[in-house]
Design a protein around this ligand. Structure first.
Ligand SMILES: *Cc1c(COP(=O)(O)O)cnc(C)c1O
Length: 390
């Protein structure tokens, strides 16, 4: 077993070797390196075929039509394109558009909404319950005649909590309000079906699913047609929604990664569920540990734990052999508590004690056991030190 141990799969995943192999076949002269937009020769046609194959693979994982997939540079860009693009294309003359989101969304959604606010949009930010769930009744109560779009995540990246979006999707469809779903943490970790969600726009990221960083996609529903305005202009690629030469190697990699994720989904979910059980069983003897997020409605790979009387920052420093995350945006010197943890009602102190362990495809039982040993030792040591100094 190699240390340090990577337990930050929710931040990013390593590229699967099979994905790297496909990518390598799309880079050099002897591979499919052409520009997919080149219509005058075979190099271009081959690249286009690779891109369209990947489009099918990504569409298949979320139950979409390949023509509904728009390539982007990642979920951040997809969120920007979905929210700004939908507001821009659907706002009515003289009406101040209204957007609904939640306080625990990814920054790609929150910062985009804040920017829209500056541009003359109204934004409502809903507060979830203590497990991280937003209810359909909450969304419905926040609707206004001017509401144009609702943006909610399917799986929260810090908690792993799964939102029950299907009833919200049905309700919004009836009300004629667009529904954008950030599914970056859901795709490849649980079954995702765009029709079931009732989603109009869905953001996806490659690097959370064993594809490389710098590639993502936006699902844009075709029937009935969802209109969005491009945010990057140029050659009119991706049916005018996102210009720029398509990165064939990145796209082929994301296609392969999404294909792999779909093939092994049930088995991998069961394996991670069992590792999660092993983790929780091993942490149980330690007193004062709190599990954040929803007990049952959650993806198996993410565990957010609070250790009473222990600061996550000191714990992380002690856990040098484990790569984990406090979920807090440590902006320069000021250590802010996680806005997701305070967003579900934890005090600043409790939020400071939260640590995210996220497991993935290459996590083993041996690694979990080693992590448990480390956590038990370091938490006990920190608590003793605290008692001694008290
Ligand atoms: C990682 C992540 C993003 C950003 O994706 P990038 O591809 O890194 O831009 C957006 N939303 C959620 C929920 C994420 O986990």
């Amino acid at each position: 077993m190699k240390t340090p141990i990577y337990l930050d799969y929710a931040a990013t995943t390593p590229v699967d070797p099979a994905v790297a192999e496909v990518m390598a076949g799309h880079l050099t002269l002897d591979g499919v390196f052409g520009n997919p937009a080149s219509r005058s020769h075979g190099f271009g046609w081959q690249a286009e075929a690779a891109v369209e194959n990947a489009r099918r693979q990504v569409a298949q994982l979320i139950g979409a039509d390949p023509r509904e997939i728009v390539w982007t540079s990642g979920a951040t860009e997809s969120d920007n394109l979905a929210i700004k693009g939908a507001v821009s294309a659907n706002r009515k003359e003289g009406v101040r558009p209204h957007v609904i989101t939640s306080v625990i969304e990814h920054k790609a959604v929150l910062d985009t909404c804040s920017w829209l606010e500056v541009q003359g949009c109204d934004v409502t930010r809903l507060t979830p319950d203590t497990t991280g769930v937003i209810s359909s009744a909450q969304v419905e109560a926040a609707l206004r005649p001017e509401t144009l779009l609702v943006s909610l995540m399917l799986v929260n990246n810090e908690l792993g909590t799964i939102n029950d979006l299907a009833p919200i999707g049905v309700m919004l469809r009836e009300q004629g309000v667009l529904f954008h779903v950030d599914a970056a943490q859901a795709a490849g970790k649980m079954p995702v079906d765009v029709a079931e969600l009732g989603a109009d726009l869905v953001a996806l990221s490659g690097h959370k699913v064993y594809a490389p960083k710098g590639i993502g996609a936006l699902y844009v529903r075709r029937s009935p047609d969802v209109r969005i305005d491009a945010q990057i202009h140029g050659g009119g690629h991706e049916r005018g929604m996102r210009s720029g030469t398509l990165p064939t190697h990145q796209i082929a990699g994301m296609g392969k990664a999404f294909d792999l994720a779909g093939v092994g989904l049930e088995e991998e979910m069961a394996r991670l569920e069992s590792l999660r059980g092993r983790f929780l069983d091993g942490i149980e003897p330690l007193p004062g540990v709190r599990l954040h997020g929803h007990r049952d409605r959650r993806v198996p790979g993410i565990l957010n734990l609070g250790f009473e009387g222990v600061e996550a920052e000191s714990l992380m420093l002690g856990l040098r052999e484990l790569a984990v995350s406090s979920g807090s945006a440590c902006a320069s010197a000021t250590m802010e508590p996680s806005y997701v943890l305070t967003g579900i009602g934890l005090s600043d102190g409790e939020a400071h004690a939260g640590l995210r362990f996220s497991m993935g495809r290459f996590t083993t039982a041996e690694e979990v056991d080693y992590a448990l040993e480390q956590i038990n030792t370091v938490v006990s040591r920190l608590r003793e030190r605290r008692r001694a100094s008290a």
